[in-house]
Write a protein that binds this ligand. Sequence first.
Ligand SMILES: O=C(O)c1cc(=O)[nH]c(=O)n1[C@@H]1O[C@H](COP(=O)(O)O)[C@@H](O)[C@H]1O
Length: 235
Amino acid sequence: MAKPVFVALDVDSKTKLDSLLASLGKPQDTTIKVGMELFYHEGPAIVKELADKGYHIFLDLKLHDIPNTVYSAAKQLAHLGIEYTTVHALGGSQMIKAAKDGLIEGTPAGRSVPKLLAVTELTSISDQVLTNEQHCALPMNEQVLSLASMAQKAGADGIICSPLEVKELHQKITGNFLFVTPGIRPKTSGSDDQARTATPQEARKFGSSAIVVGRPITLASDPQAAYEAIKKEFN
Ligand SMILES: O=C(O)c1cc(=O)[nH]c(=O)n1[C@@H]1O[C@H](COP(=O)(O)O)[C@@H](O)[C@H]1O
């Protein structure tokens, strides 16, 4: 089975959303990511609407709060018909466990519990920022590994990291654990706010379970062609 390419629907209007979705293909064959921009603009109703149309939805709100608040929020998200959601691993093991418990508790009977992904270090964080602003004593690869192991023990189904870390993670983390990687930039892209990037082909070679791609598709002159080319390169 083809590994998912989650298209990040980072748009601020229903018109832009509809035109983007029209270029992606049949809902049942399309994996999409609803992030903060669209969710805060349209509210939870848009998630339900997309789920009812048959899209496979990754709802990325990156919860990060005290365990009780995250438990209650995750319980609400579990009603929406989503397949994946996110928390920040830096919220700690108790918070991750609370998110998982909330998802289990909130999932309607007969439906699958959404998979919980823990964001390790954002792909926009460079080695310099990790050291000089976060004052982290570990190098990036060890910090990501440490957060990934903790998240796995706490009950997460996988992590979000850069493709650049995935090869090493596969050697050290066993079991059925997902490595979902944004920071995807085809060769021709210029530089932007992403710091730890790789091409779709590199992500495949490193062993990413799925990739998340926004602007290389949403801002392309032909989003459909860009999406198809990236899917082909990753699989
Ligand atoms: O959780 C995420 O999806 C995420 C984590 C991370 O570390 N880096 C990251 O870029 N993302 C998301 O992945 C998408 C990347 O979009 P582009 O940079 O436009 O391809 C955005 O929607 C980000 O919110």
